[in-house]
Design a protein around this ligand. Structure first.
Ligand code: 13P
Ligand code: SF4
Length: 324
């Protein structure tokens, strides 16, 4: 990105003094990237310096999975959380896949183990298992089809069964349930960021602003989603804003998403406070630079896990991007 355009984008979030410190780091990362033939994938929840400054491809979980499968780079550095880097490794097993901090986890991914899925399959034999990509590679290996928040309804409705085991997000499950006749067997997993929002937060903002468009992530509880004007994956939220003429927007999701959208849509007014994901925030410019410099921290997965997990992720990509 042109330096002046980048500075303009960063100005929406950082003080000029901070930008001065960040620019040389951004240059160093972009130089290392070329030298190492690395591609940097960045989730929409990355801070603006990582998002605009160094990421080659940005987007939601679904789009980034697709791009991870397509890349010809030698190294994939995933600027997001651990389960996302694992998904990239599952889809590009011969590539070196890195994450800048191995501790960048996820409350949803941590809510469920491979053994939990095996146990559920024993209780409900023959019932298809659909798992949100926010889970470990081991859990994906026990799954029939993965899904993301962008395609969960489509994936659930695609299976030939009246009942589905839908893991591990109970709130996403309850939001999907509104759009399907299938019975969903769920698990008590929650996103620690989105579970903080309440219907009362929305009511308070609606009292303050006469015309406000409320956009929430489907990891929020059903009441919050029902009180919103639109709910979708992070990229679907951006697309909704692009297509709408809303002036005042209440975003019910992670803070950096709001920072990035404020730069992308400077003429819109983003209202209310946000919630921070401590896992996503572990990825900083300094750690991204070190990740490239020292080629750390590499994601390793057993071949057996990769082969089994590949089936569930490829099935999702096939259903989501099928032609016609
Ligand atoms: P999406 O970008 O797929 O909407 O995922 C949101 C999320 O919680 C990732 O941590
Ligand atoms: Fe996990 Fe929620 Fe953080 Fe996304 S925002 S990584 S779902 S804890």
């Amino acid at each position: 990105m042109d330096k002046d355009i980048l500075i303009e984008k960063l100005k929406a979030t950082y003080f000029p003094e901070e930008i001065e410190i960040k620019l040389p780091l951004i240059e160093e990362i972009n130089r290392l990237k070329k030298e190492k033939n690395a591609v940097l994938l960045g989730h929409n929840y990355m801070t603006p310096d990582v998002f605009f400054g160094v990421s080659d491809i940005v987007g939601d979980s679904l789009y980034l999975s697709k791009k991870a499968a397509e890349t010809t780079a030698d190294i994939i550095l995933f600027n997001g959380v651990h389960f996302m880097a694992e998904t990239a490794k599952i889809l590009s097993p011969t590539k070196k896949v890195l994450i800048a901090d191995l501790k960048a986890g996820c409350s949803l991914a941590e809510s469920i183990t491979r053994q939990d899925v095996i146990n559920l399959k024993k209780i409900y034999p023959g019932v298809p298992v659909i798992t949100y990509v926010n889970c470990s590679a081991e859990v994906k290996a026990e799954t029939d089809i993965c899904c993301t928040s962008a395609n969960a309804v489509q994936i659930v409705n695609s299976v030939d069964s009246d009942t589905v085991i839908f893991l591990p997000d109970e709130y996403l499950a309850s939001n999907v349930a509104k759009h399907t006749n299938k019975k969903l067997i769920t698990h008590p997993g929650r996103c620690m960021v989105h579970e903080m929002y309440t219907k009362q937060d929305i009511e308070a903002i609606r009292r303050q602003f006469e015309e406000v468009v409320v956009i929430s992530h489907p990891e929020c509880n059903r009441e919050v989603v029902n009180a919103s004007d639109f709910s979708g994956s992070t990229s679907q939220m951006e697309e909704f804003i692009r297509r709408s003429s809303a002036k005042n927007i209440m975003l019910i999701t992670e803070c950096s998403m709001g920072d990035n959208l404020r730069s992308t849509f400077p003429e819109r007014h983003f209202v209310s406070t946000c919630q921070t994901c401590p896992h996503m925030k572990k990825i900083t410019l300094e750690k991204v630079r070190d990740a490239l410099l020292y080629e750390q921290y590499e994601i390793f997965l057993d071949t057996e896990i990769i082969e089994k997990a590949q089936k569930s992720v490829y099935k999702m990509l096939e259903l989501s991007f099928k032609k016609g």
